[in-house]
Design a protein around this ligand. Structure first.
Ligand SMILES: NC(=O)c1ccc[n+]([C@@H]2O[C@H](COP(=O)([O-])OP(=O)(O)OC[C@H]3O[C@@H](n4cnc5c(N)ncnc54)[C@H](OP(=O)(O)O)[C@@H]3O)[C@@H](O)[C@H]2O)c1
Length: 228
């Protein structure tokens, strides 16, 4: 199987690449800092998702495309418009044309798998990550729409919803170990559900299911008073 990873500088992607290679996959890592991937035994191409020229994919026909790019950034929704744009683009809007490109290819071939890493943050707008959670909500909803759109074409679209992950994105954060997955745990889920199965949405740590049930069921008039 040929696997493309978009945003391969991610710690999660770097944990997933050796697992894909162990399964005999041919991996093409698209990374905006390709030199960081020199130790991994896979092909690497330079790709900054914010500066996209789709012709980079010409003639390339993967079976699976995995999206791991993301930017959390500091939470400054009122004071940092440039960062807000970056967060929206890297987590959502810049990925849309890439998904569209491969969706078209997969639709023609009537097979293929698109795997997007979303977040439980997509499920409710939070004061601690206003723009990030909005971007993930857009991305999560876009993946759901594409899953629906491509269903009859035998193209699978899988949404991975991790809770917290111990990666460079959360460096310095005090994370509750019960709620936190390692990059390797998330990578194992990505690889498993990329290569087989029929799951649509994968929650990495089961404990997040009841938590998200509660969080999404709190009435907005109460939720807006909570500092989440
Ligand atoms: N860590 C968490 O708690 C958590 C929770 C839920 C969901 N997620 C999601 O999981 C995915 C993987 O994140 P992670 O935890 O592995 O964090 P990460 O290591 O920071 O990975 C995100 C990667 O996206 C890359 N990126 C940023 N801007 C880019 C651009 N313009 N073009 C291409 N790549 C770009 C970053 O590169 P740099 O090396 O320049 O930063 C970084 O390597 C992301 O979608 C993230 O939002 C993370």
């Amino acid at each position: 199987m040929k696997v493309a990873i978009i945003g391969a500088n991610s710690d999660v992607a770097q944990a997933a690449i050796p697992l894909f290679l162990e399964k005999g996959c041919e991996v093409m890592a698209f990374a905006h800092k390709p030199e960081e991937l020199s130790k991994l035994n896979c092909d690497v191409k330079t790709l900054n998702v914010r500066n996209l020229d789709l012709s980079i994919f010409d003639g390339y026909e993967p079976d699976v495309v995995v999206f791991t790019a993301g930017r959390l950034g500091e939470n400054s929704p009122l004071t940092n418009p440039a960062l807000n744009d970056e967060i929206l683009e890297v987590n959502f809007t810049a990925l849309v044309p890439i998904v569209g490109y491969f969706a078209q290819q997969f639709k023609q071939k009537q097979k293929g798998v698109i795997v997007g890493v979303s977040s439980v943050a997509a499920l409710r707008g939070k004061s601690s990550s206003v723009v990030y959670s909005a971007a993930k909500a857009g991305w999560d909803s876009y993946l759901a729409g594409m899953r629906n759109y491509l269903n009859k074409d035998h193209v699978r679209v899988v949404t991975i919803r991790p809770g917290y992950i111990q990666t460079k994105m959360t460096k310095g954060f005090q994370l509750n170990p019960l709620l936190t997955a390692s990059a390797e745990q998330v990578a194992a889920k990505i690889v498993k559900h990329s290569l087989s199965g029929n799951r649509n949405v994968v929650v990495v740590k089961a404990i997040w299911r009841p938590i998200m049930c509660i969080v999404t069921s709190i009435p907005e008039r109460l939720f807006k008073r909570m500092s989440l």
